[in-house]
Design a protein around this ligand. Sequence first.
Ligand code: PLP
Length: 386
Amino acid sequence: QDRASIHNFAAGPSPLPTPVLQRASEGLLNYNGTGMGVCELSHRGKEFKGIIEGAEADLRTLLAVPDNYTILFTQGGGTTQFSSVLLNLLSYRRLHPKYTSDYKPPTIDYVVTGSWSSKAFVEAQRLSLPPYPSTEPFAIPRIAATGKSSKFTTLPKKGEYDFSEDPAFVYYCENETINGIQFPTDTSSEYAFPFDSVPDHVPIVADYSSSFISRPITNFSRHAIIYAGAQKNLGPSGTTVVIVRNDLLVDTTQASKLGSVPSVPIALEYKTLADNASLYNTPPVFAIYVSALVLSYLLADKGGIKGVEETNRKKAQTLYATLDEAEEKGLVRCVVREKEARSWMNVTFEITEGREKAFLEGAEQRGMRQLKGHRSVGGESITCVV
Ligand code: PLP
């Protein structure tokens, strides 16, 4: 079938712009007239250096990343970052002069608003377990707020957060891909950025995997770490962008020597990755190459982040208006009941019992593909709006 006749709604890996894929396919065969494909060039050569440095510069421009943050292109997906953020930030805490003389396992505050933040929390619990034969855990992960009682169909309201006094960090997932719930950017919303009461010295970590570069990042400089797997909005799977505030790039070996923190695998240490400009080990060349093409396309042809935001706002509004109308007729049910917390990227809805097969067949006939929901939620449909 012709690519132009298909509407691909996959939530991830998600569809990429056709002009980007055309350029990428040329580069795959013959990069910039070198007579060699991009995946056949040394990752230490000047061509790839130009690609990765260009990607970094374009991302910095697109998201207005402040100078005191380092942009890393890593591997291992969002899942590896569940572990990496914890390991690096516990070392940061261990080395911090405020705690060196009287170090105690810190709390870590998780905001659990759906499947992915739940998974990150479970990983934090796993990594915090006491190293045998000690009974003292490395950290005490806790839930500062959750939408679990509503089956993640709403976000906690501002007054419902219970932050601990001095956590090692606060963690949240800005857009829950499977649940279709997202923190609104409208500051007047009671669900908007709920971290104003967190002391300034406490790092805030955000998983932006499924909403990255879909609109500007709210309160960028209040974050310590922002990360995102590429495969939703940026490029193919294989690379993960981690944006880290520079003071958090610490020598984790030094922290391990002091004790009371877990050792950090070298390929997960942000400082090592930063010191080597994301080339400590062989990078995922093709994923970074296509991401670089997407970034320059968004800047040159799509009006930068403001243009992208406007497009996404309109798409989400149109889609939710149509679904709300269909809901009034009893045909569908939007999963996220709180309208302000509905994701722009992942629109979740249930088809009225017994009609799902007909819906999917009708969609198929109209060229709509990959609408069936995530395996973990059975019938719910997920739509990627970018
Ligand atoms: N975080 C979010 C919000 C996600 O949507 C996903 C995957 O879909 C992940 C984390 C895990 O990412 P990965 O599959 O790249 O490990």
